[in-house]
Design a protein around this ligand. Sequence first.
Ligand code: MN
Length: 191
Amino acid sequence: MTYTQPELPYAHDALAPAISAETVHYHYGKHEKAYIDNLNKLIKGTEFEDMALEEVIEKAQGPLFNNASQAWNHIFYFFSFSPDGGGEPGGELGEAIRKQYGSFEEFKKMFVEAGVSLFGSGWVWLSRDNDGRLFITQGPNASNPLTQGLTPILTFDVWEHAYYLDYQNRRKDALEALWDIIDWDIVESRY
Ligand code: MN
């Protein structure tokens, strides 16, 4: 199987000012493209070639894991956004967030803090277990909660390449701005 990069469902300048057109161009157009190109090169002729990408992430190690997971993570990240996004989650996810974290405001604080306190490059995640219990986790580099048996629901990319053009060293500002473009319909459907 050869992986192809899906077109984003919005224009490159549609997420501004939270994420600029320039950042979408480099982050999705260059960084994510490189992960997918590398994944295709590394997987060819291996036992992983015909597995679902999620299974590759669960089973592979080293460069193949890194590129498979980064390929998946960026699509999950960029397909969480909409120029009409923002507001609060509803439905069962909204209920679970309020029940477990007290309020949506408190959840947002904890999620951003997990992203800000991650040293170096990585990802912050909201996931659920098989009982619907929510987990906020952070992990370095290409980490993905699939490897911990959890189902990802939402992620923020905290690699510098995700925000440096727009926010330089202000990672917290970069993460807080993302709440304005979250497409909660999509994110709720993952719960
Ligand atoms: Mn990234």
